[in-house]
Design a protein around this ligand. Structure first.
Ligand code: SF4
Length: 327
């Protein structure tokens, strides 16, 4: 009888993800088997993603001032954090940030705003102006993470040049009420569905290290696979002072790698992009994230915390014999 890694390899190379039962068996593998796990995930990543690394960068176009209570987030008005809040940036500031992102090596650039939706028509107009301006002056793929937009607003933004839409589910449906009480999981699922229906390339993933179990990680992967998302951003908690999770212990680098591997094995063909909390949680093992199955990462600063110098990341990619995906 085949063991779980043999099953994972044969299914993965055929583009078929592990089911939940198999994933639970995978989750029980001891960390001593990490090298064997990574040899499987590396082969699957190479088969579907080759030697290309997708690099994305973001700008926080509206920061803080959010009425939601996500327990990991320093942008919530419910917590006393040191976040420097600001209302929506002007279109030309967003375009400048996109240019900087391109210069730092990013292929994709996302405009991210705090809160569950954009309330003001004036802010939508700024975003439309920014997208139109980017179209003429920057080569980056245009992505946005703007919360719960109506399908009509999504279509307006698409017409202005938006290509990808990002909206994280954050964690499993079962665990979500433990980290957010101000909106329902289904609202986030609806955003992802609407973005798919609008024809965007859709990025949706979660944050790990917030007290979730392996069952929650598996449940989230199942939900994302069912929704047919195109890319899964994986974030690791960077505990922010003032938030309810400020005293959480970081995951170990090896557990982070195993989480990335789980997603590659459950979603063999999907893009997997490691984002916030990468250097803090993976530390010296971060170059192994590609062996674990990721084919992309965020470059530059994260949403509310600083990242590594872009040139260090570009050197790491080169040293690994990989190359940034072209524009
Ligand atoms: S994660 Fe988003 S919705 Fe939740 S508190 Fe932070 S900004 Fe608000």
């Amino acid at each position: 009888m085949k063991n779980i890694l043999e099953i994972a390899l044969s299914k993965g190379m055929a583009g078929i993800g592990l089911n939940a039962e198999e994933a639970r068996e995978f989750a029980q593998l001891p960390e001593e088997q990490l090298t064997e796990i990574l040899s499987v995930t590396e082969r699957i990543r190479r088969k579907f993603k080759g030697d290309e690394v997708d690099l994305c960068a973001i700008t926080s176009a509206k920061t803080g001032l959010c009425a939601e209570d996500c327990s990991f987030c320093s942008q919530s008005v419910n917590y006393a954090t040191d976040i420097r809040s600001h209302t929506m940036l002007e279109a030309d500031e967003i375009i400048e940030n996109a240019k900087e992102a391109q210069a730092s090596g990013a292929r994709e650039f996302s405009i991210v705003t705090s809160g569950t939706k954009i309330e003001k028509e004036r802010d939508i107009e700024k975003l439309i102006d920014a997208l139109k301006g980017m179209k003429g002056s920057v080569q980056v793929e245009r992505c946005a993470s703007l919360g719960n937009l109506t399908p009509e607003t999504m279509h307006r933004l698409k017409k202005a040049g938006l290509e990808s839409y990002h909206h994280n589910l954050e964690t499993s449906r079962s665990y979500f009420p433990k980290i957010c009480t101000t909106h329902r999981y289904e609202e986030d699922v609806t955003v992802v569905r609407n973005a798919k229906e609008a024809g965007f390339y859709v990025c949706s993933g979660g944050i790990f290290g917030i007290g979730e179990s392996w069952d929650d990680r598996i449940e989230l992967a199942e939900t994302l696979a069912e929704l047919g998302v195109d890319s899964v951003p994986i974030n690791f908690l960077n505990p922010r002072p003032g938030t309810p999770l400020e005293h959480s212990e970081n995951l170990t680098p090896r557990e982070c790698l195993k989480i990335i591997a789980l997603y590659r094995l459950m979603m063999p063909k999907t893009d997997i992009v490691v984002c916030g909390g990468r250097d803090l949680n993976l530390r010296d093992l971060q170059s192994m994230l590609f062996c674990a199955g990721a084919n992309g990462m965020m470059i530059g600063n994260y949403l509310t915390t600083p990242g590594r110098k872009p040139e260090d990341d570009l050197n790491m990619i080169k040293d690994l014999g990989l190359k940034p995906k072209a524009h």
